[in-house]
Design a protein around this ligand. Structure first.
Ligand code: EPS
Length: 381
């Protein structure tokens, strides 16, 4: 029950970001183009700031592969920072409300918010996107498909795209500079971002990650730590600026009676790829009892607005103790499209880990056979 373990290191303006992923099966052909494509998606999206014009995030493999395939040893990835100016950047004496600046200084006893913000910066998420792009290469050959897309920005909601089949949804998402499935909403998002930018303000929003192809019974109910719900929720909330996660109906489920919440179990006629049982609805968002139900997994995540505002939020200067506006150098107006890419990545990591924990495979060949045997057992139930 080893699964995947990962870690990242790196400061926002340090020489590089580093990521290590342990527990990958051997023999996995690794497409670095796929990793770079996800890194480019994370850098994109309307509303990004000046830093993304400087960086060209590309992955380099330092360990764990030979002839383009994984060895089953730890995979080490490197992403170089172009803006590697950490040693010469000024000390920002006034901590930004909403960022880790003040609480981080209080935690460590620093008087220099830079000692905190360099690591607390969302730049770290580039390393996790690289790891997630590897994890999805474990899942995709098994028929598991992930799609992250933006459903609201600054309180404006998408109105279409919810029922698109996966391939069409992906094409729409990739054509949108908000990573959304609704071109009409993009126009309204753009107006809102332009207005926020003009006002020196920032905007948050909500993204959704939808996963299809997961068999029922992934995750566990027996140990609270193994519940997929809590593992996915924790991973999504570990992305900087995320304030809430809901699965399926989410908070709406708390307002409805049970008869309008639970997904009736019906006979699958004819039996489906997961056997004789089906659901008439998917209000649970594909999770029951901490396990997958076999229906699409649907997570929605709320992101607060970026905490670096050109107009400055009130704060206190570390040196003088006086009330001042928080420092501004540069920032994104919104990073919800980027967050949807990070969300997809962390979900891929958690799911690939849960699959490997369940099937215990050390090679890709063994994993493929174990997956088929699992589906066979489900069909026989
Ligand atoms: C980011 C890099 C950062 C920020 C942003 C995310 O670059 P810089 O600080 O040099 O402008 O643009 O960081 C934040 C949103 C944050 O709150 O720290 C990136 O690579 O995504």
């Amino acid at each position: 029950m080893a699964g995947l373990r990962w870690t990242t290191a790196g400061e926002s303006h340090g020489p590089a970001l580093v990521a290590v992923l342990e527990g990958l099966p051997s023999g996995l052909p690794l497409s670095l183009e796929r990793v770079d494509a996800e890194l480019a998606r994370r850098q994109g999206g309307y509303g990004r700031g000046g830093r993304m014009k400087i960086e060209r995030d590309r992955v380099r493999v330092l360990a764990g592969t030979r002839a383009g395939r994984t060895l089953g040893s730890p995979l080490a990835l490197l992403l170089e920072n172009r803006d590697a100016t950490i040693e010469s950047l000024p000390v920002p004496t006034n901590p930004r409300p909403g960022h880790a600046d003040l609480a981080g200084c209080q935690r460590h006893g620093h008087r220099d918010p830079r000692a905190v913000l360099e690591r607390a910066s969302a730049r770290e998420t580039a390393a996790r996107v690289a790891l997630g792009a590897v994890a999805r290469q474990v899942l995709e050959p098994l028929g598991v498909d992930l799609l992250g897309h933006v459903v609201s920005v600054g309180g404006i909601e998408v109105e279409q795209g919810a029922d698109l089949p996966p391939a069409e949804a992906r094409a729409r998402r990739d054509a949108s500079d908000f990573h959304s499935l609704d071109p009409a909403a993009d126009a309204r998002f753009r107006e809102a971002v332009d207005a926020a930018k003009a006002a020196g303000d920032t905007l948050g929003g909500v993204f959704e990650v939808r996963v299809t192809g997961l068999p029922p019974g992934l995750g566990d109910y027996a140990d609270p730590r193994d519940r997929l719900t809590s593992r996915l929720g924790g991973a999504l909330l570990s992305i900087p600026a995320m304030k809430g996660v809901e699965f399926g109906l989410g908070f709406e489920a708390a307002r409805r009676p049970g008869s309008q919440v639970h997904d009736a179990i019906v006979p699958a006629d004819p039996p489906g790829p997961h056997g004789r049982f089906a659901r008439s609805t998917n209000r649970a968002g594909g999770l029951e009892g901490g396990m997958t139900t076999g229906e699409p997994l649907v997570a929605r995540v709320a992101m607060k607005p970026i905490s670096t505002l050109r107009r400055g939020v009130d704060t206190v200067d570390f040196e003088t103790g006086e009330a001042v506006p928080a420092t501004y150098q540069r920032s994104d107006v919104t990073a919800v499209p980027a967050a949807s890419v990070v969300g997809e990545a962390v979900v891929a990591l958690v799911l690939a880990s849960a699959v490997l924990e369940r099937l215990g495979s050390t090679s890709v060949e063994e994993l493929t056979r174990a997956w088929e045997a699992w589906l066979e057992r489900l069909r026989a139930l």
